[in-house]
Design a protein around this ligand. Structure first.
Ligand SMILES: [Zn+2]
Ligand SMILES: [Zn+2]
Length: 177
């Protein structure tokens, strides 16, 4: 591919039809860069474009918010599917990873495998409980179950060491626990 350098291009001036000001062309957003290197810019300058968008947003706030929320919700699910896939189920598609999680959640009655409770934390954005964490064996990559944050962390603090956990139980029993 051959690139043509246009050394003086940045010195071009351009007139905005809205504010009538003549400004350097970098005060206008790029609309498209053509394969031949020619840069096409928006007709309104950046400042007028922003004013227009702000005015539009102000007039359509409720509708725009609803649309953004719907968009974010839809994407949140896909993003979560990708995260689950990458971290725990590399052989599954993001959609299958989500299904796998739901399957496990139903099998555990929607609660932590250890305490049969929910995560104590409230998610700052959704206002609902945090979803249970996927607990897996870091050495084998094998998923064990779904745990609330507290018990997922607790196992981590015990290094998933069965001997250490058994000694902890014996210790508590010895002291009347
Ligand atoms: Zn302008
Ligand atoms: Zn728990």
């Amino acid at each position: 591919m051959t690139y043509y350098v246009l050394p003086l291009y940045h010195l071009l001036m351009k007139k905005c039809p809205k504010c009538k000001r003549i400004q350097e062309d970098d005060k206008f957003y790029i609309k498209k860069t053509h394969p031949n290197g020619i840069v096409e810019r928006r007709s309104y300058c950046i400042e007028c474009g922003k004013k227009d968008r702000d005015a539009w947003r102000k007039a359509n706030k409720a509708w725009d918010d609803a649309r953004n929320n719907a968009y974010n919700k839809k994407h949140a699910r896909i993003i979560r599917g990708h995260k689950l896939k990458t971290a725990f189920w590399p052989d599954l598609t993001p959609e299958q990873a989500l299904e796998k999680y739901d399957e496990m959640l139903i099998a555990q009655n929607g609660t932590c495998y250890l305490c049969n409770g929910l995560d104590k934390r409230i998610h700052p954005i959704t206002g609902t409980r945090w979803q249970l964490a996927v607990d897996h064996d870091a050495r084998t990559g094998k998923v064990r179950g779904l745990l609330c944050n507290a018990h997922n962390r607790a196992l981590g603090l015990f290094n998933h060491d069965i001997g250490l956990l058994e000694r902890s139980i014996a210790y508590l029993k010895k002291h009347g626990g």
